[in-house]
Write a protein that binds this ligand. Structure first.
Ligand code: DX5
Ligand code: ZN
Length: 223
């Protein structure tokens, strides 16, 4: 299939005016809006929390793709549901079979899409296998999470291809999201690896003309 989705990350814009960043992404007709939540513990930086997302929710109906880079996501996931997230992704590094099972059930019963994320040096843990057929999204991080503007880690291409093969043998029906250092020079490679959702921080929200940039991304992906 040739479907793909663009999910601009607003933290790469003006962090002091996230309302305006959401407007910029919406006016540029992005498919999703990627919201990087950092708690200062799972990663060194802090960004914003569910209260901010609730404020941003009224600006646009474009789906909110909430990426939780936080410890103990089970404690907070309902807050992010109530704030209006459409997809919520939690990291395997801070979950186990029991807590992710609970997170999965909370998301499903609230019609929120279910995502798992893995860091560059992490593989899918054994416990995650039973959830694979029921995952909507897998984020494969191509930078060490914590900030935007880092360089894409080249070995992620092979890792993604390997995981895509692994998942296709296990009834995965979700989408792979490439997150970290994705830009106009590598987005086509990421698509060929098997990714279908592309986060764009500095390469999209860091640009003056977000609309033209997204059009350029789409051109790279349309064959
Ligand atoms: C990294 C975040 C990414 C990041 C993307 O910690 O999860 O979503 O903001 O920004 P770029 O595209 O600049 O790497
Ligand atoms: Zn992210």
């Amino acid at each position: 299939d040739c479907q793909f989705l663009i999910s601009p990350s607003i933290i790469a814009g003006d962090m002091t005016n996230l309302e305006n960043e959401v407007k910029r992404a919406a006016l540029a007709r992005s498919d999703f809006i990627h919201l990087d939540v950092m708690d200062g513990m799972f990663v060194p930086n802090k960004t914003f929390d569910h209260e901010k997302i609730k404020q941003l929710r009224s600006i646009t109906p474009i789906p909110f793709d909430t990426h939780l880079m936080i410890n103990e996501p089970i404690k907070y996931v309902k807050d992010y549901v109530d704030a209006g997230s459409d997809i919520i992704t939690v990291h395997v590094e801070v979950c186990d079979e029991s807590s992710f099972g609970e997170i999965h059930d909370i998301l499903r019963s609230n019609s929120v899409s279910v995502g798992l994320a893995i860091n560059p040096d992490t593989e899918l843990p054994l416990w995650s296998e039973k959830f694979i057929p029921d995952l909507d999204q897998l984020i494969i991080m191509s930078v060490i999470p914590g900030k935007s503007g880092q360089k894409y880690i080249e070995s992620t291409h092979e890792k993604t291809q390997r995981i895509v093969k692994f998942l296709s043998e296990r009834k995965f029906e979700g989408l792979i999201e490439a997150d970290g250092g994705v830009d106009l020079t590598n987005v086509e490679c990421c698509f060929l690896d098997g990714a279908r959702v592309f986060v764009g921080g500095s390469a999209i929200m860091g640009q003056k003309d977000v609309r033209t940039t997204i059009i350029e991304f789409r051109k790279k992906l349309m064959h």
